[in-house]
Each structure stands twice: as structure tokens, then as C-alpha cells.
Design a protein. Structure first.
Length: 251
């Protein structure tokens, strides 16, 4: 074969290879992230929202970051939902709306931390899912994850060898714990315990005192030096639990 006749074939092959070597352009891919409090409603502005980070699970590259913001959603739509993958988010339900640029099928990792307004009880969770360029992750509730636990806001006062303790206990969304309510105070057990160098010094039950979610109790403080007050709350029906720590410095 002459060089003149072979040249077009070579050029065509080079062009084809060149096309294969050019990377695909990134496609904007919408994502909605929502964070549901365990046994309750959506985490939103009432408890400070939650931080959201989306990463390429392989490279670790941050694709998007921001805050879940908005309301807790429609109580009946959430708490009375049933069936397979029910849609619980209403228009006012808190969420983080963003768009990530990906140019190939990508395993994406979602990291959520919160509630930011309850730092003593905040937790971090991670989730992964495959995403395709341009294929939105917004249908239904979007990328919905559950934030486990209970939020506890404690106050402790040391007087004459006893700690007088009050604590507000609530689901991560800030939903109200009340007698006979949807989040019934009878279903929650709250305890206070003292710890020093990894050893339990004593424990006392706290009692429901005021709506919403107000618990009170006291515990004797013996010995010297710094101790840590642990307030632990648990829903005895659903198993949701939370903890707060308070450092106590004795004179």
C-alpha cells in the first residue's frame, strides 16, 4: 500500500483516538439533602440545622458543602406516613439544595453533622450512593438520612455537696416532649451520673418537671477534684438516646 493511500486511514484513526482521549465535560447534577431526626421530624433552623459535605468517595474531593436550613415539616405527613419509601418532605421541610459537577459515574459520600444548635449532643453520620452526571438526586425526599439520638441541654449548680441539675431533652429536630403528647414524656428515661478518671461515682434518675422536655434532679458529690456530669436520655420505646457532658470543678 502506498504512503499516499494509507494517510487518510491513519488520520481517521488518529482523530478517533483523539476523541476518546478528550475527557467528558462535567454535568451539573442537582442534589437535595434532608436530615430526619430519629423518631421525629426534619432537622432545621429550630435546632441550628446541620452541616452537609458531599465528597468524591474515592478521591476525597469536596463536591459541595453547606447547611440544612428550613422548617421541621408537616407533622402528620411525617409521623403518620406508611408504606414503602413514603414521601415525608413538604415544601417547608428543611433541606440543602445544591448541584455537583461530575463527569463520570461517581461514588459520592455524604457527611452530616448536627444539630449545630445543640453542640453538646451533636453527632456525625456518613452515607454513600452512586451518582450519574446530570441525573438529579431530588425525587421524593431527595437524599434523606436519619440523624440518630436525642439533644440534651444541661444546667448544673453545685451547692453544699449536691449538684442540682436541670436539662431540656428533645429529639434532634426540637420536637416537644410532653405528657401524653406525640413524644410522650412517659416514654423517656433520663439519668444523671458522676464520673471521675473513668470510674462511676454515682447515678440518680431525673424526673419530668416542665413542658416541653424539662427534667430535673440532683446527685451527691463526694470526694475532691474535677468530676464529669453525664446526663443520659433514652426513649424506652424507640431506643433513641442522647448524652451530654458537663465538667464540674470542685473547690
Amino acid at each position: 500500500m502506498s504512503m499516499h493511500r494509507a494517510l487518510p486511514t491513519f488520520v481517521a484513526l488518529a482523530v478517533a483516538v483523539g476523541h476518546l482521549a478528550v475527557p467528558a465535560s462535567a454535568a451539573p447534577t442537582p442534589v437535595t439533602v434532608r436530615v430526619l431526626s430519629q423518631d421525629a421530624k426534619f432537622v432545621g433552623d429550630g435546632t441550628g440545622g446541620a452541616s452537609v459535605t458531599l465528597r468524591d468517595a474515592v478521591s476525597g474531593k469536596v463536591l459541595a458543602a453547606g447547611l440544612v436550613q428550613g422548617g421541621t415539616g408537616n407533622t402528620d405527613k411525617i409521623m403518620q406516613s406508611s408504606g414503602r419509601s413514603p414521601q415525608r418532605a413538604s415544601a417547608d421541610a428543611a433541606g440543602f439544595n445544591t448541584s455537583v459537577d461530575i463527569d463520570r459515574p461517581t461514588l459520592v459520600e455524604l457527611e452530616v453533622s448536627g444539630p449545630l444548635g445543640r453542640p453538646s449532643s451533636a453527632v456525625t453520620i456518613k452515607s454513600q450512593r452512586w451518582m450519574m452526571p446530570g441525573e438529579a438526586v431530588t425525587a421524593g425526599d431527595g437524599w434523606s438520612v436519619e440523624l440518630p439520638g436525642l439533644a440534651i441541654t444541661p444546667v448544673a449548680t453545685l451547692t453544699e455537696g449536691r449538684l442540682h441539675i436541670s436539662a431540656k431533652v428533645e429529639p434532634m429536630c426540637g420536637c416537644p416532649i410532653t405528657p401524653g403528647g406525640l413524644w410522650d414524656s412517659a416514654n423517656y428515661r433520663v439519668t444523671a451520673s458522676l464520673w471521675q478518671t473513668g470510674r462511676a461515682l454515682g447515678q440518680s434518675d431525673m424526673t419530668f418537671a416542665v413542658s416541653p422536655g424539662g427534667y430535673q434532679g440532683d446527685i451527691a458529690v463526694a470526694g475532691n477534684g474535677a468530676v464529669t456530669l453525664i446526663i443520659y436520655a433514652r426513649n424506652t420505646v424507640t431506643g433513641a438516646s442522647g448524652m451530654a457532658q458537663v465538667p464540674i470543678q470542685q473547690r
